[in-house]
Design a protein around this ligand. Structure first.
Ligand code: FE2
Length: 252
């Protein structure tokens, strides 16, 4: 079976084209688009204030929010995962489920931003995803992490299997990004089973620990085992949420 075209159960994959720097919705040819409309990259006073405060933190900061691990292991048993952003010509065993999506989204609707834009037919920011799906209620074990923030953007559980990976990328390099990332490595995911590289250094992952990660910096990941679960939150970049973040640093 060609794993570049089918998932491991033999279902035909909904493939997405390779990354294109010139794609207006998902690319990064900012200067080209800046020339047409300079205002779209102009940071607000709030952008500057929030980013300066975030920059005072480390780029991989443990937080005091904890999941209910025993409950999570039960809840995940009955959960159906769907393929996550499968690109043309690439084999990559990673899946996911949507916890906060677009209005009317099911947990099994495609959850990556490029795929969601394809199905919605419009450009989407992380904060356009603001509606909890039924999976949000199902995962009570994660509510201590999810309910803490004042609103959430696109939020999901990503499940990587043996050989699953994310290539080197930045979630956004711009001061005008609308969210910051908070990640919890769930179940048995630890440094031996899952590698997280930020810049040129590999980070230590403590299972069931939640981290603020500065994903404006280049990061890449690899999974060495099946069923490695990661809760990924896009937290709206408001001053209130930035102050909330500084209040839960594991090392105050
Ligand atoms: Fe990322």
């Amino acid at each position: 079976m060609d794993l570049k075209k089918y998932d491991k159960d033999g279902n035909l994959l909904n493939l997405t084209k390779a990354y294109d720097r010139n794609d207006k919705a998902t690319g990064s040819n900012y200067y080209e688009w800046y020339k047409n409309d300079p205002t779209q990259y102009e940071p607000t006073a709030d952008d500057l204030k929030c980013e300066l405060q975030l920059n005072l933190l480390g780029d991989f900061e443990a937080l005091s929010l904890r999941p209910d691990v025993k409950k999570f292991k039960e809840e995940v048993k009955t959960t159906e995962f769907v393929p996550y952003l499968r690109r043309e010509g690439v084999s990559n065993d990673r899946e996911g489920i949507l916890l906060v999506g677009l209005e009317g989204d099911k947990p099994t609707d495609s959850l990556s931003r490029p795929e969601a834009m394809k199905r919605a037919g419009r450009v989407l920011k992380e904060t356009d995803f603001n509606t909890p799906t039924s999976a949000y209620s199902h995962f009570e074990s994660l509510h201590p992490i999810l309910d803490y923030w004042s609103g959430l953007g696109r939020t999901m559980i990503v499940k990587t299997n043996k050989g699953g990976w994310f290539p080197p990328h930045r979630d956004s390099p711009l001061l005008t990004r609308d969210t910051f990332r908070v990640i919890c490595f769930l179940g048995n995911s630890d440094t031996n089973s899952y590698e997280w590289w930020l810049g040129d250094s590999r980070r230590i992952i403590i299972p069931n620990t939640t981290y603020y990660v500065d994903t404006t910096k280049v990061h890449r990941t690899h999974s060495w085992m099946n069923n490695s679960y990661h809760l990924i939150l896009n937290v709206p970049k408001t001053w209130e949420n930035v102050i909330k973040l500084t209040s839960i640093l594991e090392n105050p």
